[in-house]
Design a binder for this molecule. Structure first.
Ligand code: FES
Ligand SMILES: [Fe+2]
Length: 460
């Protein structure tokens, strides 16, 4: 491992010219003015901060030494999404969360409280659990040392041989646990900020779209040959639509997207059923609908936009009808909430989508390899009545197509377009003779916000 300090991100000197420039076409805030319903305040928010335009050293995506720093400074210190509460609903339920070679054992105790422990026996270190399950106690399979579900020490065979092993000192060390939206977050550091301070105003943003009232309808994990940051950055902007998803252009306001960043999270809003400013013609309402419908909704593509409606209004109506059995309040939701894509990023690697789009993404290194990662797509669907059982994780290997996970529906083709590029980005980065990647001043706001936070953690 190199002992050289990593090169840091760099502010670009010619930051100011062009500051405030925006794409031609209707701005997102102006589009909201055309809504047939009252638009919630959260969609009117625009972040005030102007992040510096930075460039990021390529080695942050390729080097073993930077990966090792991320393990020490980020994964061991940052709040991170470990699992859903619904995955461990009953006392004794547990699961193993793995991140870059580290493992946390997440357990629900007899009082239904959730704990997270290092997955390591305090005798000679065997991993306490190999996978998810249910047990009334935590018993190590090697020699049988046993803990209660709350981590307190219970028993060991041949007590006479261990007079030096006593109660409190052998309580399993605990990681901190935070809960939001039905997600279990953990933090491996005792010194980290509180979860409430970390998560900030994010719960307010999701007040109208409570994710704790969803169930895990699908969970697909795909291995990809690229750094985990390369992969997630492909899902944090709409700048790539013109080259990667050109079929969508009639119905997506790609470069009219709005980008915001606050505290430890950021947001992109991409308007749908509105034409891309890249087009040199004006698509009809029907063309807008047609371009998006196969990727957005399991609806009849032969659906016609009536004369007196826009594609945006029609799509909102169709979504209201589709959702009304599980979300009675859907009648009050604005057209914007039923059409547009609201993709949040919670540092470092979680991407919950707002409104009633079902997506949450998570990106993690694959084992301890800086050159490969796990991309997870989780669908959180609303339900009425008894909570359905959460979907099991479905693994896709490096060279499989997303279409081999039909539970993800028509978005599989779009995911294939997205992930086709990613190993080729990594290949390019490994071969590059230039030293930095360059970001846009506006459309890559979320990427710059992420790298500013990453820089802060690495420097701490
Ligand atoms: S290593 Fe766990 S009981 Fe020995
Ligand atoms: Fe994409």
């Amino acid at each position: 491992m190199s002992t050289d300090p990593p090169s840091a991100i760099e502010p670009l000197a010619h930051d100011e010219p062009g500051r405030g420039s925006r794409s031609s076409g209707i701005s997102y805030q102006d589009l909201l003015d055309t809504d047939t319903r009252t638009v919630p305040e959260v969609l009117r928010l625009q972040s005030a901060r102007e992040l510096p335009v930075i460039r990021v050293p390529i080695e942050h995506y390729t080097s073993r030494s930077f990966h090792d720093l991320e393990v020490e400074k980020v994964w061991k210190r940052c709040w991170q999404f470990a699992c859903r509460e619904e995955e461990i609903p009953e006392p004794g339920d547990h699961m193993v969360y793995e991140i870059a070679g580290l493992e946390a054992l997440i357990v629900r105790d007899a009082d239904r409280e959730i704990h997270a422990f290092p997955n390591a026996c305090m005798h000679r270190g065997r991993a306490l659990k190999d996978h998810a399950g249910n047990s009334s106690e935590l018993k190590c399979p090697f020699h049988g040392w046993t803990w209660n579900l709350d981590g307190s020490f219970k028993s060991l065979p041949c007590r006479w041989d261990f007079p030096h092993v006593e109660g409190e000192a052998y309580h399993l060390p605990e990681f901190r646990v935070g809960l939001w939206g039905g997600f279990v977050f953990i933090n491996m550091s005792a010194d980290a900020e509180s979860f409430a301070s970390f998560i900030g105003d994010l719960p307010d943003h999701f007040e109208r779209w409570p994710l704790d009232k969803r169930y895990k309808q699908a969970h697909v994990a795909h291995l990809i040959r690229c750094n985990w940051k390369v992969a997630q950055e492909g899902f944090m902007e709409a700048y790539h639509v013109i080259a990667t998803h050109p079929q969508m252009l009639p119905g997506i306001g790609d470069s009219n997207s709005q980008y915001d960043a606050w505290g430890n999270f950021s947001r992109a809003i991409t308007p749908n059923m509105t034409p891309s400013p890249h087009l040199d013609y004006e698509p009809s309402q029907q063309e807008m609908l047609q371009a998006m419908i196969t990727t957005s909704l399991d609806a009849d593509p032969a659906f016609r936009v009536p004369e007196d409606m826009t594609a945006r209004q029609l799509f909102a109506q169709m979504s209201r009808m589709q959702l009304q059995s599980s979300v009675p309040s859907v009648v009050h939701l604005s057209d914007a909430e039923l059409n547009d894509s609201f993709y949040y990023t919670v540092f470092p690697n979680m991407h919950p989508w707002g409104a009633y789009n079902k997506i949450t993404y998570r990106f993690r290194p694959y084992g301890n390899d800086p050159g490969s990662c796990i991309m997870e797509v989780i669908y959180l669907a609303p339900f009425l009545g008894k909570r359905p059982a959460p979907a099991e994780i479905h693994w896709l290997d490096f060279d499989q197509s997303w279409t081999e996970a039909p539970e993800l529906g028509p978005l599989c083709q779009v995911f294939d377009q997205d992930t086709f590029n990613l190993p080729r980005v990594q290949r390019g980065l490994e071969n590059a003779q230039h030293t930095h990647v360059t970001f846009a001043s506006y459309q890559e706001t979320k990427l710059r916000h992420f790298h500013s936070l990453l820089d802060k953690y690495i420097a701490a």
